[in-house]
Ligand binder design. Structure first.
Ligand code: SF4
Length: 711
């Protein structure tokens, strides 16, 4: 008999759609949208079907596996966990916790996926990767400016008179934002897109502003120049709630529209008009997207855009603000032992070494060559909810680095570009097979879903893996018997054993008890979900920063200034933000990375109806100059590698740029990060910036000759 269960999309998409999951016995037969959700209103995208295909996939890993040469051999959970526990303990008592690398990513919105942090925190300062998700960069910038990433409710957009969609393409990545934009326009708001690529937003935007790729920071600084020059800034707000204004104003004075117009790709008058619109037609909102963040200056761009809101007093008012993410929405961090309270209480979490994804491969290889007691070689890596080999720049180097780690464990659904390099594979549960709370920093609602179907094969939820590892490691007799690394023994610091074993009662608990623990501080209980459906995120602030209250050290918005922005003046001469000067040859094309429709980053390649069409979009004029026709194959070559890609025409793509759909796995002819280069990122000057700059990749395109095809 068919029944319906309420759930939500586990993918880390802005929309966090509410699902009605259709079940027959233990089979998931369909997913439709839950019409009761006030935002997603019954509509879901094709990726929902992809989740069913992934759940039922014949390629799913259904039992633990161990590598034997180039083959995989099934092993029992007992054997897998015993081996992993032993290797973790050996690493702890050899090189210490920093010899263990923990990598997780944006694979799921499940709150209990964060429990991996609790387990690794208790090991005492392991090595972590950060910044794999591009939007983390924007959040880091907001934290630097405001003390936290905090965005207004989506619905607040309907109170805006001006909306800038800056680097976000809702038609491609944020479908459910569109009704709010339409409502705002019906009420008289002006909607402007700022993006190097012309978007399919007919009827949604009043104007499309096409800037040169990577020029976002210059545009924001030039707009600020106009706002200050024309005295359109809000002195009362600035003097009460903004710190660093003098230094910021000094930096901005060097970026007049006349000075930057060519590099921004707009005439000076257009920059002035945008500045006046933003400052005058208030309240004005800026909806930021990943498009701003994929350039070397992405972090600074967000800081410059944040500053526009601060100097015009458009923070803490209805219809204003910056829309990107809200740290307070991540209510699962308490149970993960990763909220501020736990960080303070746990010397382990404080001691974790964080390595930006852009440096990870080089750091692993450097430590292998010349490790030290403080930075020992990585002996064990554990990866879950992530596919870093696919997502990191310079994929070839990332593979080399993974091979340099003696023991790697991956928890995954299928073999990916990362998990295929593991030594032990553990099968991951799909969202339908476990209870969880779906929570996102990018969305205003949360959803609870009890497990809907029994796990396939021998699949376990991740929390059971952490609990079992914890139990085994506590029981293991060790050489020293203290649970301390040699360094810890010298310092008299608490060893990992006492910290890990103190969590025994925690791991003996249940998912629902953990979820109750997350919800209880907000006066919410799982019992409130009787009848199901979404609930507003208890961390939601419809309008953050009310009365200018910022959680920075000064209690004010802290603007970046001369130290951060002035180096742009010199850097522009070294690596221009647009194509065609200095060390970039005229024959080079800038790659602009976008998501492939129907896929989710590197996820959902099981989806039959995903768009597997052409990989590379070029302007018609560029196709003609290269003597190419749509459907032709080209070799794209960078200093790092080459790939064969098929081309299509798109006149929304800027000249001398190529829009590249990312996410396709290497074994399927993809692996776009074969082309990208982490060394471009060595000029990152702000260590708070965890990002990397794939859109600063330049390539040469060469048509594949007939003879080459035949070969
Ligand atoms: S991927 Fe996004 S739009 Fe598609 S179903 Fe999931 S949450 Fe909704």
């Amino acid at each position: 008999m068919r029944r319906t269960a309420l759930s939500a999309c586990p993918l880390h998409c802005y929309d966090l759609c509410a699902f009605c999951v259709q079940l027959e016995g233990d089979q998931i037969v369909d997913i439709t949208g839950n019409a009761e959700h006030p935002v997603t209103k019954g509509f879901v995208c094709s990726r929902a079907q992809g989740l069913i295909e992934r759940h039922n996939s014949p390629d799913r890993i259904l039992s633990p596996m161990a590598r034997e040469g180039s083959q995989w051999r099934r092993i029992t959970w007992e054997a897998a966990l015993d081996q992993i526990a032993r290797r973790l303990v050996d690493a702890l008592e050899g090189g210490g916790p920093a010899a263990i690398m923990h990598i997780d990513g944006a694979g799921s919105t499940g709150a209990l996926k964060g429990l991996g942090h609790r387990f690794f925190n208790a090991l005492g300062g392991v090595t972590r990767m950060e910044g794999l998700a591009v939007r983390d960069r924007g959040r880091a910038a907001m934290r630097a400016d405001f003390g936290e990433a905090a965005s207004p409710a989506w619905s607040d957009l309907t109170r805006s008179r001006t909306i800038f969609l800056w680097g976000r393409n809702p038609a491609a990545t944020n479908l459910h934002l569109i009704p709010y934009l339409q409502e705002a326009r019906e009420k008289g708001a002006t909607v402007v897109t700022i993006n190097p690529v012309r978007l399919a937003v007919e009827g949604l935007a009043d104007e499309q502003i096409a800037i040169r790729p990577g020029a976002d920071v210059l545009l924001a600084l030039s707009m600020a120049h106009v706002i200050l020059e024309e005295r359109r800034w809000r002195g009362d707000f600035v003097s009460a709630h903004v710190s660093g204004f003098a230094s910021y104003a000094e930096a901005v004075s060097h970026f007049s529209p006349e000075q930057t117009a060519e590099e921004v790709g707009l005439d000076a008058e257009t920059i002035r008009r945008l500045a006046r619109l933003y400052a005058k037609e208030r309240p004005a909102s800026i909806v930021l997207g990943a498009g701003v963040l994929r350039y070397r200056e992405g972090y600074l761009a967000v800081r410059a855009i944040d500053a526009l809101a601060a100097i015009t007093g458009q923070l803490g008012i209805a219809g204003g603000g910056i829309h990107l993410a809200s740290d307070r929405h991540e209510i699962g961090r308490s149970v993960a032992g990763d909220d501020d309270a736990h960080r303070v209480a746990s010397p382990c979490a404080q001691g974790a070494t964080r390595i930006p994804a852009r440096n990870l491969a080089e750091e692993v290889l450097r430590r292998k060559r010349a490790g030290s007691p403080a930075e020992p070689p990585i002996e064990v890596a554990v990866i879950h909810s992530a596919n870093p080999v696919s997502q990191m720049p310079n994929m070839q180097r990332a593979i080399e680095a993974f091979h340099a780690i003696p023991f790697k464990v991956a928890i995954d659904f299928t073999l990916t570009d990362t998990s295929r390099h593991a030594d032990i594979l553990l099968p991951a549960a799909t969202s339908f097979e476990e209870s969880d709370l779906f929570v996102s920093a990018y969305n205003d609602y949360i959803h609870y879903q009890p497990a809907l179907v029994p796990p396939r094969g021998q699949v376990w939820p991740e929390h059971r893996i952490w609990g079992e590892l914890s139990r085994r490691m506590c029981a293991l007799q060790t050489a020293q018997g203290t649970g301390q690394s040699p360094a810890q023994q010298g310092e008299g610091a608490p060893g990992w054993r006492s910290l890990l074993c103190a969590d025994e009662a925690f791991w003996a608990s249940t998912p629902d008890a953990w979820l109750e623990g997350i919800l209880q501080p907000f006066g919410v209980s799982l019992a409130d979900w009787t009848g199901g459906g979404p609930r507003p995120n208890p961390g939601l602030q419809v309008v953050p920063f009310r009365e200018g209250s910022f959680s920075t050290a000064s209690g004010k918005a802290e603007l970046a200034g001369e130290v951060e922005f002035k180096p742009l003046l010199d850097r522009r001469k070294v690596v221009p933000v647009h194509h065609g000067q200095d060390r970039r040859g005229e024959e080079d094309f800038r790659l602009i990375f976008v998501h492939r429709p129907g896929r989710h980053n590197s996820q959902l390649w099981e989806l039959d109806n995903g768009d597997d069409g052409a990989d590379l979009a070029l302007h018609t004029e560029d196709l003609r100059e290269l003597n190419l026709r749509p459907g032709d194959d080209v070799v794209a070559e960078t200093e790092r590698g080459s790939m064969v890609l098929s081309v299509r025409a798109d006149d929304g793509v800027p000249r001398r740029c190529a829009v590249l759909s990312s996410g396709k796995p290497l074994h399927d002819g993809g692996g776009v990060n074969l082309l990208t280069d982490a060394s471009e990122n060595s000029t990152f000057h702000d260590m708070n910036d965890p990002g990397f700059a794939v859109n600063d990749t330049f390539c040469q395109l060469r048509k594949i000759a007939l003879a080459e095809r035949i070969r």
